[in-house]
Design a protein. Structure first.
Length: 215
């Protein structure tokens, strides 16, 4: 078991090769439910809508799940049209065996892109939330998923790969150093990265002189 400290070196993308880590609540921002103070960090959180290739997508969870099926646009529509992120996730489960064949290899890259889009298109709200975490670890507590999150060991410690938390920490550090450069998000170089049969386009967000956000 590896104990981690909240230094920039640990955030330099170890999320691509995750191993189990142990976290202390005293040194971490831990979120579990979307209604908690930092619940907006969750992909399940409402209030962070996305627009991809002109399509409105209510949550980053729905976007991520839809990316499993670039070859099945009808399944993508079924997932995206759900009003609840949990329902979107559950709808995808019936088709999991038909996920793109390289899914396990590209899923972290796709999740990283989903989070970058969430930031770019919810710049003030999501950016402020990320920066409020300071330099502390970000950990999603889960009783089921120890890959994206971490499980409770006792009242103080959690253990898991915590890949989502590590991607959020990575994005936070980029936000601190690159600022509004992150308002432009290129799609990852992934074979057949499609939505509804079309290649995913660049996200380019800007504010007008009145502070209104445009793409």
């Amino acid at each position: 078991m590896i104990s981690t400290s909240a230094t920039k070196n640990t955030l330099k993308s170890t999320a691509d090769a995750p191993g189990v880590r142990e976290y202390s609540r005293r040194n971490a921002i831990v979120f579990c439910k979307t209604k908690e103070a930092f619940g907006g960090l969750s992909n399940m959180a409402a209030g962070f809508p996305l627009r991809i290739n002109g399509a409105l997508i209510l949550t980053s969870e729905a976007l991520y799940q839809a990316c499993r099926f670039p070859h099945m646009p009808d399944v993508q529509r079924l997932i995206i049209e759900q009003s609840s992120p949990m329902t979107a996730k559950m709808k995808s489960k019936a088709y999991r065996n038909d996920s793109r064949p390289d899914w396990d290899r590209v899923r972290v890259t796709i999740m990283r892109w989903c989070l970058q889009v969430k930031l770019a298109q919810n710049w003030r709200k999501f950016g402020s939330l990320l920066l409020e975490t300071g330099d502390r670890h970000i950990v999603e507590q889960s009783c089921k998923d120890f890959y994206w999150g971490a499980k409770k060991i006792d009242e103080e410690k959690l253990s898991g790969a915590n890949v989502l938390g590590r991607l959020l920490m990575e994005l936070r550090e980029k936000l601190k150093t690159k600022g509004d450069e992150l308002m432009i998000v290129d799609p990852p170089k992934i074979y057949k990265f499609f939505l509804f049969g079309e290649e995913l386009r660049r996200i380019d967000v800007f504010f007008d002189k009145n502070g209104n956000l445009f793409e």
